[in-house]
Design a binder for this molecule. Structure first.
Ligand code: ADP
Ligand code: ZN
Length: 303
């Protein structure tokens, strides 16, 4: 059996056919075009799906359904994307309803971090866990919560929006209106902004990490502070949820060992429950096609 995965991102939408073993059989990608309405995007997505299915030679009855991962916030009860900051034209768009008019399959929608969480459970770094949190540190910060063998999605599918934990109220104002949110101080965007302010010229987050690693004192202080912020958020999650493991993915996690060591160290000092102090903080296993595999997991896994 096969699933169709659709990963809607701010710049591109990836579409694929994924086997029950997690193999990407066919895939394609189209721009998420901000100059057209979401209705036109749905036409293009559906057309791409039908072409992929046709090219694959897979029979319709061998396709178990369509999974969609999309940027939040959304309303999964009504199959809608509500007000995604990167897709302004998609406000309150009835995505499932519109796609169903084109595709004869059952369709599931979850936010992209939730889908990625299920993918880590299915094939990634949390295969053996019944309780874990997945955190993605990228343009923003998001999370998915998997507890007691189930995804915790909340009433409308927006559980895990940890990027707006307030970590440092003395910091500046976040898009959500609060001061010092986790993603305002520790996302890739935040690292680039703070390092650029510090150095007086524009640098990327990757360059900031490289400068810190090469021993540049002020940047090293900045990056150590970012590791502390990531640690603070992890301790809050551990104290709240008592997970067996925290899995971290997203662009910033590519920094690797220094980040994981620093966060593990912070957690070891400050998480309160005895298991919390030892909670492993590990990198996500799925990198390539993680969004597509996450979307397919919504079909292949029960949650
Ligand atoms: P998206 O947010 O679109 O899902 P990514 O997960 O790649 O994309 O995250 C992008 C963010 O991660 C950017 O802020 C980028 O600067 C940062 N980033 C990407 N790769 C690295 C890296 N190797 N080291 C540090 N930061 C990185
Ligand atoms: Zn915020």
């Amino acid at each position: 059996k096969y699933a169709i995965g659709i990963d809607i991102g701010g710049t591109k939408t990836a579409i694929g056919i994924i086997s029950a073993d997690g193999d990407v059989i066919q895939k394609s990608s189209i721009p998420t075009d901000p100059t057209v309405t979401p209705y036109v995007m749905v036409d293009r997505i559906a057309e791409t799906v039908l072409t992929l299915v046709h090219n694959s030679g897979i029979a319709g009855q061998d396709i178990d359904g369509v999974g969609i991962g999309a940027p939040g916030p959304l309303d999964t009860r009504n199959g809608q994307i509500t007000c995604p900051p990167n897709l302004p034209g998609w406000r309150d768009f009835p995505l499932i309803h519109e796609l169903k008019r084109h595709l004869p399959y059952s369709i599931k929608l979850e936010n992209d971090a939730t889908a990625a969480t299920l993918a880590e459970k299915w094939l990634g770094a949390a295969k053996d866990e019944q309780h874990f949190v997945f955190i993605t540190i990228s343009t923003g910060i998001g999370a998915g919560i998997y507890m007691h063998g189930k995804l915790i999605t909340g009433a409308s599918g927006n559980a895990g929006d940890v990027g707006h934990f307030v970590i440092d109220p003395a910091a500046g104002v976040c898009v959500c209106g609060q001061r010092g949110c986790w993603e305002y101080v520790a996302s890739g965007t935040a690292i680039a902004r703070q390092a650029s302010e510090l150095l007086g010229h524009s640098v990327t987050s990757k360059e900031a990490f490289e400068l810190a690693a090469s021993g540049h004192p002020a940047t090293k202080e900045l990056i150590d502070n970012v590791y502390r912020y990531i640690g603070i958020g992890c301790v809050t999650l551990i104290n709240t949820l008592d997970p067996e493991k925290i899995v971290i993915g997203g662009g910033v996690s590519q920094v690797g060992e220094p980040l994981f060591e620093a966060v593990q160290d912070y957690v070891g000092k400050y998480a309160l429950n005895p298991s919390g102090r030892k909670t492993p903080i590990v990198p996500a296993a799925l990198q390539q096609d993680a969004g597509l595999i996450g979307a397919a997991a919504l079909v292949h896994m029960s949650y």
